[in-house]
Design a protein around this ligand. Structure first.
Ligand SMILES: C=C1C[C@]23C[C@H]1CC[C@H]2[C@]1(C)CCC[C@@](C)(C(=O)O)[C@H]1[C@@H]3C(=O)O
Ligand SMILES: O=C(O)CCC(=O)C(=O)O
Ligand SMILES: [Fe+2]
Length: 357
């Protein structure tokens, strides 16, 4: 199957899902209930209320040490922006296949449109269409430029809305970096905020069509995000599962809330104190599901090294090698399929000769 073959408007009407979309039993094991997640009200922290900041930091710490995920509310997004961004993603995925394929992902790049990732993989295909865009704060408006270069001027509002949404996500991520620094009790609470202020991000729109065999297929297979901190907006359709307490558990959609996940790069920056969130997306028979995912990344050439106080003392030792995001990104885009062992396999690859050239 190649990406030009995967046409979900046809596939979803067929009684049987093609075997390429089937996943192993262990990956499709049903969720065993709702994950009880802390709901962090950011208003106190954002308003400089130190007592409320410490309460929020404590809840963040417990969640990040356990499974690497928490919810945030009162995050300061302009009213209606999240809904507008979700509707705009529906506008894009509602375009004709020919129109969407003008934005197709070019092999070796992250940006672009995919359907079932069938350009890259031949089995365990994800039951989703995706649009992935590189984001960098400030001019030029990289998202609008990419979409205009591919789609022309017909759908300029798509790029404008996504650019505005990513700017809001960027602002929130910087605040979260400071809260994470506080939660770790760093001497310099701005350590992570400063580490990421010259960073960038990857913005991913996920579109999951209804599926006739949701017990065999997956919207996105089990994985840890290789990036730093992920902020995820899901619509009102259940589908995000986190592996916690030895089982898959559902992250129930909550109006106004955003999901925050620790990724591999931030786990390394915490020297393993905070867990990279192991998660997946499941699909269902009836409804389309959408999610908008903002993956924060450090500047590509920055060495990923934990703050000194997390590696001092005879007990402490480095749990991950020195690496840059450029190296880990290259690893995920030149053959290795991101799963829940990416950082371990990456570390071995880094030590091997193939990484030297
Ligand atoms: C660096 C990246 C690789 C992926 C896109 C970004 C951050 C998340 C990664 C991904 C979404 C995790 C699940 C598997 C994946 C292959 C996918 O479903 O798209 C991953 C992306 C990728 O490798 O392109
Ligand atoms: O759609 C979701 O809820 C999860 C998507 C995800 O994990 C990803 O895009 O990395
Ligand atoms: Fe993910």
């Amino acid at each position: 199957m190649t990406s030009s073959d995967v046409n979900f408007s046809q596939l979803q009407s067929q009684q049987n899902v093609p075997a390429e979309f089937f996943w192993p039993e262990k990956d499709v094991a049903p969720s065993e209930g709702d994950l009880d997640l802390p709901i962090i009200d950011l208003s106190g922290f954002l308003n400089g209320d130190e007592a409320k900041t410490q309460l929020a930091a404590k809840a963040v710490r417990e969640a990040c040490m356990a499974h690497g995920t928490f919810l945030v509310i009162n995050h300061g997004f302009k009213s209606g922006l999240a809904e507008k961004a979700l509707e705009t993603s529906s506008l894009f995925f509602g375009l004709s296949n020919d129109e969407k394929r003008k934005a197709h992902r070019i092999p070796g790049n992250i940006s672009g449109y995919t359907a079932g990732h069938s350009q890259r993989f031949s089995s365990n295909l994800p039951w989703n269409e995706t649009l992935t865009l590189a984001f960098k704060n400030g001019p030029p408006q990289v998202i609008e430029e990419f979409l205009t270069s591919r789609l022309g001027n017909d759908h300029q509002e798509i790029g404008q809305v996504f650019q505005e949404f990513c700017e809001a996500m960027n602002g929130l991520t910087m605040e979260l970096m400071e809260l994470l620094g506080i939660s770790m009790g760093l001497k310099d609470r701005t350590y992570y905020r400063r580490f990421f202020e010259d960073g960038n991000a990857i913005f991913r729109c996920n579109y999951y069509p209804p599926c006739k065999q949701p017990e065999k297929a997956l919207g996105v297979g089990p994985h840890n995000d290789p990036t730093a901190i992920t902020v995820l907006l899901q619509d009102d359709v259940v589908g995000l599962d986190v592996f916690a307490g030895g089982k898959w558990q559902t992250v129930r959609p909550r109006p106004g809330a955003l999901v925050v996940n620790v990724g591999d790069t931030f786990m390394a920056l915490s020297n393993g104190n905070y867990k990279s969130c192991f998660h997946r997306a499941v699909v269902n028979v009836e409804k389309v599901r959408r999610s908008l995912v903002y993956f924060s990344c450090p500047r590509e050439d920055k060495l990923i090294v934990p703050p000194p106080e997390l590696v001092e003392g005879e007990e402490a030792s480095r749990n991950y090698p020195d690496f840059t995001w450029a190296q880990l990104k290259r690893f995920t885009q030149s053959g290795y399929r991101v799963d829940n062992n990416t950082i371990q396999n990456f570390s071995s690859w880094l030590a091997s000769d193939s990484a030297k050239n």
